[in-house]
Structure formats: structure tokens, C-alpha cells
Design a protein around this ligand. Structure first.
Ligand code: AP5
Ligand code: MG
Length: 218
């Protein structure tokens, strides 16, 4: 089963994918997390991606497509995709890769949120470098300040969460990624729109309600 979660930076994709993955026993595949892991490990891909990520631009399609095709294969097609596809080219390549394996996208969720809410979410975000769990200094605090609840590791702030980079990421989203929703709508997919401006728990509840109603997820 493949679920695609769309939405702008800071909409809550990572937060919600973690919950959806647990609920439906899927592998959470975040293209951003995988790229950050490459950077931390100093791989060639990580080195190539760094300058794009730090300036809020998209990493070139050909680098991402190969990376994500491998990740989906390792997950045996049982995954929730977070941050991929991010361009129409990536969406088309994903279709080709899934077709080749006789798989399909089972559900597409779009987290809808106003740009004005996003900056506060991003600047207050703290993440666990070990397990990727995402917190917020005001709305989603860890039990012990600055420490991951699950791993006990010190939380970090992402280098691309500076206000000027956040603004560039939003612009990139509107220019290149918003069109992905139109691509899927044109192909006849049902897109589950979710109001991502609500609390974390309300967003999760609404997503699960809509996914269950689609009666694709067991
Ligand atoms: P990526 O890591 O995917 O970043 P993003 O899409 O910009 O999204 P974020 O991870 O910043 O936000 P999110 O939606 O996951 O929100 P989160 O749950 O953390 O990509 C980073 C970079 O990698 C890109 O800029 C690009 O360079 C590159 N890249 C990645 N994929 C690519 C691709 N396919 N093609 C090309 N390049 C690619 O939540 C944010 C904060 O808000 C947290 O603090 C959280 O606690 C809080 N929060 C969440 N939900 C709520 C809520 N409902 N109420 C209150 N607070 C909330
Ligand atoms: Mg994320």
C-alpha cells in the first residue's frame, strides 16, 4: 500500500506521517529525512544536495527519483511518502516505478494550510537527529526540554528553518510543488484535503477518518 502526503513546508507532513505509519503499519519515507541522513553520513548525494537544501531550493529530480525508488523498493511498496513527489516530473516517474512493480497509489492526502501560520511552526521546530521525531517549542514539547522522548538524544534545529530560507521554501512550493496536486486530480485520483491549521491530534483524527472512509487502508 502506498499513501502520498502532500503539503507545503511546515504543514505537518513529518508529524502526521509518523502517526499514519504507526496506525497502518507502513514505512515512513521522508525524502527530506533521507537527504539529511546522506548529509550526516557525508555521501556524494548528501554533498550534492546540501547547497539546494540550505537555500530552500529543490534538489534536482534525477537525484531524488533514484533515491526514492530504492527506498520504496526496500519498503516493499508498503509506505507513506512524505515530501515526494515534489514536482510533476517526480510524480510521473513515481507512476512509472509503481507500474513496473504492479503497484499503485492507494491514497493521496493534501495538508492545506495558510502561509502565515508556517513561519512560527518552522522556527519553533526541534527534531531528533536519531529517530526523526519532530517537536515544537510551544505546541509539541518533549517531556524533558530539548531531549527526545524516545531516544534520549539532544534535539536539534534544522539549518533550513531560518526565516529567509523558510520564505524561499514556501516560494519553491508554490512555484514547483503545488502543481503536483493538479497532476493527480487530472489523473482522476481522489485527493483528501485536510485542514492542517487545526491541532496535531485533530489533524490526525480527520486524516484517519478520511482514509478509513476510502476503505483502502486496513
Ligand atoms: P523536507 O524535509 O521534506 O521539508 P519540507 O517539505 O520543507 O517540510 P518540513 O519537513 O519542513 O515540514 P513538515 O510538513 O514535515 O512539518 P513538520 O511535521 O516537521 O525537505 C527539506 C529539503 O530537502 C527541501 O527544501 C529540498 O531542498 C529537499 N527535498 C526534499 N524532498 C525533495 C524532493 N522530493 N525533491 C527535491 N528536493 C527535495 O511540522 C513543522 C513544525 O510544526 C514542527 O515543529 C511540528 O511540531 C509543528 N506542527 C506540526 N503540525 C502542527 C499542528 N497541527 N499544530 C501546531 N504545530 C504543528
Ligand atoms: Mg518534514
Amino acid at each position: 500500500m502506498v499513501i502520498v502526503l502532500l503539503g507545503p513546508p511546515g504543514a505537518g507532513k513529518g508529524t502526521q506521517c509518523k502517526r499514519i505509519a504507526e496506525k497502518y503499519k507502513l514505512v515512513h519515507l521522508s525524502s527530506g529525512d533521507i537527504l539529511r541522513l546522506h548529509r550526516a553520513n557525508g555521501t556524494e548525494l548528501g554533498k550534492k544536495a546540501a547547497e539546494y537544501m540550505d537555500s530552500g531550493k529543490l534538489v534536482p529530480d534525477q537525484l531524488i527519483i533514484e533515491m526514492m525508488a530504492c527506498a520504496i523498493e526496500s519498503a516493499k511498496g508498503n509506505c507513506v511518502l512524505d515530501g515526494f513527489p515534489r514536482t510533476v516530473v517526480q510524480a510521473k516517474e513515481l507512476d512509472i516505478a509503481l507500474d513496473a512493480k504492479k503497484r499503485k497509489i492507494d491514497a493521496i492526502v493534501d495538508l492545506v494550510i495558510d502561509d502565515s501560520v508556517i513561519e512560527n511552526r518552522m522556527t519553533g521546530r526541534r527534531s531528533c537527529p536519531a529517530c526523526g521525531t519532530v517537536y515544537h517549542v510551544e505546541t509539541l514539547k518533549p517531556k524533558l526540554s530539548g531531549i527526545c522522548d524516545s531516544c534520549g538524544v539532544k534535539l536539534v534545529q534544522r539549518t533550513d528553518d531560518k526565516p529567509e530560507v523558510v520564505r524561499q521554501r514556501l516560494e519553491t512550493y508554490h512555484q514547483q510543488t503545488a502543481a503536483v496536486t493538479g497532476y493527480y486530480a487530472d489523473k482522476g485520483h481522489t485527493i483528501l484535503d485536510i485542514d492542517a491549521g487545526k491541532s496535531v491530534d485533530e489533524v490526525t483524527a480527520k486524516m484517519i477518518e478520511k482514509l478509513d472512509r476510502l476503505s483502502m487502508v486496513r
